[in-house]
Design a protein around this ligand. Structure first.
Ligand code: ATP
Length: 141
């Protein structure tokens, strides 16, 4: 796989984990967070990191967000910021937007406003663990 440009918005545990894996796989990763401390903590997991509020269209434009192959919105608890950021990204023409949802209602809104893939971390991880337990290789558990 060639080098792709990713942006990860929200450098909490989830966002930093996604960013870190992409970065160690040799991809270009821009990390963005409104909080200086979150940016500092994630500095070794990204190619570049910036402090910015992604609910501002002008900020997203100045970052050149349109040019990224894929943007991951990893803001969860602040639902309003997650929704507004996702909406702006699609309005600005970002091709692939992946967004983390806290619950079903949040996920429905994210899909409605154009998120290309909505992730429910706890639900998806729970399914993955159960599937692993059910796989023939795990019969000893
Ligand atoms: P996680 O469960 O991934 O650890 P968290 O519980 O630390 O996440 P969340 O509320 O889900 O926190 O937010 C993740 C990150 O998103 C935080 O570091 C927060 O500073 C950042 N964030 C919140 N609002 C914005 C915004 N408007 N612009 C950029 N970053 C934001």
């Amino acid at each position: 796989m060639g080098k792709r440009q990713y942006a990860v918005i929200g450098l909490g545990r989830f966002g930093t984990s996604v960013a870190h894996r992409l970065y160690t796989a040799g991809q270009e990763v821009l990390g963005i967070d409104i909080n200086e401390e979150s940016v500092e903590n994630a500095e070794l997991s990204v190619t570049h990191a910036v402090i910015a509020d992604t609910t501002e269209a002008e900020t997203l434009k100045s970052i050149g967000i349109r040019n990224f192959d894929c943007v991951i919105v990893a803001i969860g608890n602040d639902m309003q910021s997650s929704i507004l950021t996702t909406l702006l990204l699609k309005e600005l023409g970002v091709k692939k937007v992946i967004a983390k949802a806290l619950n079903k209602n949040h996920g429905q809104v994210l899909s409605k406003i154009g998120a290309d893939w909505v992730i429910y971390p706890e639900r998806d991880m729970g399914e993955r663990v159960a599937n692993q337990l059910l796989s023939p290789n795990m019969l000893n558990y």
